[in-house]
Design a protein around this ligand. Structure first.
Ligand code: ZN
Length: 56
């Protein structure tokens, strides 16, 4: 997300596009937790911003 603003920031956090807590199935949780298509590397600031926007 920082790249969009031409900022280079070390990615400190991994954001899950679909939260792995959204399912009660332990197998599905692991699939979501490690699925690269479901991951986004963000710096802490952007990660917080994403969650604040969604009200989580
Ligand atoms: Zn950032």
């Amino acid at each position: 997300m920082c790249l969009k603003e031409n900022k280079i920031t070390p990615a400190e956090d991994i954001h899950h596009l679909i939260s792995f807590m959204s399912t009660d199935d332990p197998v599905q949780r692991i699939v979501l937790a490690y699925d690269y298509d479901n991951l986004m590397s963000l710096c802490k600031k952007c990660h917080q911003a994403v969650h604040n926007k969604k009200g989580e």
